[in-house]
Every structure is written in structure tokens, then in C-alpha cells.
Unconditional design. Structure first.
Length: 188
């Protein structure tokens, strides 16, 4: 019984996606996006980095995007972090280049992988960061809601890294796991 169920599920997963009308597509080449997401970031100590500081912050990211292909969106986003631990601090900057690759083009929730890089100014005073101006990069996964029109919900989980990229002193960096939620509009 379970073997038949597994074979059936694998067969369904291997079927080619049904063709959908262009007006029902969640996005297509040339579409523009606008949005605002926010959430919480918590620092962690990866086994490959000798970091010591725990950080906690609220994150806000306004963003603008452009679909260069049906599944590929390039975007930029602003960064604002309000730290509550280890002490009150602020970080602000921009991820000047970021991209999302959508794993499918149909369904009520569209999954994607994403990443980006940019510059960041910070007042955070921890041993891992020895400069005011640093670099940031992130990678993660996300889901965008598909609706015929109006705002779409967006959920993301990302690894965010801040460091000086080896330009000054030790390059330990700060890593954080960030959970985000927000809304985006698609403009055709």
C-alpha cells in the first residue's frame, strides 16, 4: 500500500506542469516588483567561524525588483537593523544586487532561492566587527503568494553575514538567521 502511494506521488511529481494562460501567470519577463519585508534576526555561532557575540535585531527591507526572465528576478533592497542585544545599535545600508530564482511558475505559493550582497554602516560594537563600514551578503529560501492582483504575501528565511571582507584587522564577521515576512506588488 505505501509503495503504491510513493510510486503514485513520484509519478505525479514528474508530470510536466500544465500550461497556464498568460494572464494567470504569477509573473513574467518585464514585470516590476515593489515591497516591504521585516522580521527578526538572531546571531549564531557557526562551527567554521570563531565568533563569540550573540546578536538580536529587528530587520526592515524595502525592495524594488525586475524580472529579467520568467523565473529570474533581479532586485535591490535597503537594510535597516535595530539591535537590542548585545547593546542598542543601528545598521543601515543597501544590498545593491540581489536575485531570486523561482523554483516553479504556478501554484498558490511560489518557492524561490535568493541571495544578495551590498554595503552596511553600523554602530554595533562587537569583537567580530572592527569597522563602521562593512559588507553584507545573504542567501536563503522564500515563498511568494500568487494572487490575480493586489499585494502578495512574502515569507523568507535567510542567513545574513556582516564582515569587513578582510580589508581591516581580523575578518571574523557576524552571522544571523533571519526570518522575514511582508508584502509585495507586481506591476505589469
Amino acid at each position: 500500500m505505501t509503495r503504491a502511494l510513493i510510486v503514485t506521488l513520484v509519478a505525479i511529481a514528474c508530470l510536466p506542469p500544465a500550461q497556464i494562460r498568460s494572464q494567470d501567470r504569477p509573473f513574467e519577463k518585464g514585470d516590476r516588483t515593489r515591497g516591504l519585508i521585516g522580521g527578526v534576526g538572531l546571531g549564531y555561532k557557526p562551527p567554521w567561524a570563531p565568533t563569540e557575540s550573540d546578536v538580536g535585531f529587528a530587520a526592515f527591507h524595502p525592495r524594488l525588483g525586475w524580472f529579467v526572465q520568467d523565473r529570474l528576478e533581479l532586485y535591490g533592497e535597503g537594510t535597516l537593523f535595530l539591535y537590542w542585544t548585545p547593546q542598542p545599535a543601528v545598521s543601515a545600508g543597501a544590498c545593491a544586487i540581489a536575485g531570486r530564482y523561482y523554483l516553479r511558475t504556478s501554484g498558490s505559493w511560489i518557492p524561490y532561492i535568493h541571495g544578495g550582497a551590498g554595503l552596511l554602516w553600523t554602530t554595533l560594537d562587537v569583537i567580530e566587527i572592527d569597522r563602521t563600514f562593512n559588507f553584507q551578503h545573504f542567501v536563503g529560501i522564500g515563498w511568494r503568494q500568487h494572487r490575480p492582483r493586489g499585494p502578495r504575501l512574502v515569507l523568507e528565511l535567510r542567513n545574513h553575514h556582516i564582515s569587513n571582507a578582510g580589508t581591516d584587522g581580523d575578518n571574523l564577521g557576524v552571522n544571523a538567521l533571519v526570518g522575514l515576512a511582508g508584502i509585495e506588488w507586481i506591476v505589469r
